[in-house]
Write a new protein. Structure first.
Length: 54
């Protein structure tokens, strides 16, 4: 009976109620760094200089 209300919560509501752990945050940071490096390399290969766009 204690967790019965969670059955009716949406996915977003369940995500809000569960705090992130340090491991979750470190994985997310790592994934974002990889994506950022990839996009930087692709933009340079296409002739775009991200430093000049600032």
């Amino acid at each position: 009976m204690e967790g019965a209300s969670e059955i009716f919560q949406s996915k977003a509501e369940r995500k809000e109620s569960k705090p992130y752990t340090e491991d979750d945050l470190m994985r997310k940071i790592g994934r974002l760094e990889i994506e950022n490096d990839f996009l930087r390399n692709v933009s340079l290969a296409c002739g775009l200089n991200p430093e000049k766009l600032k």
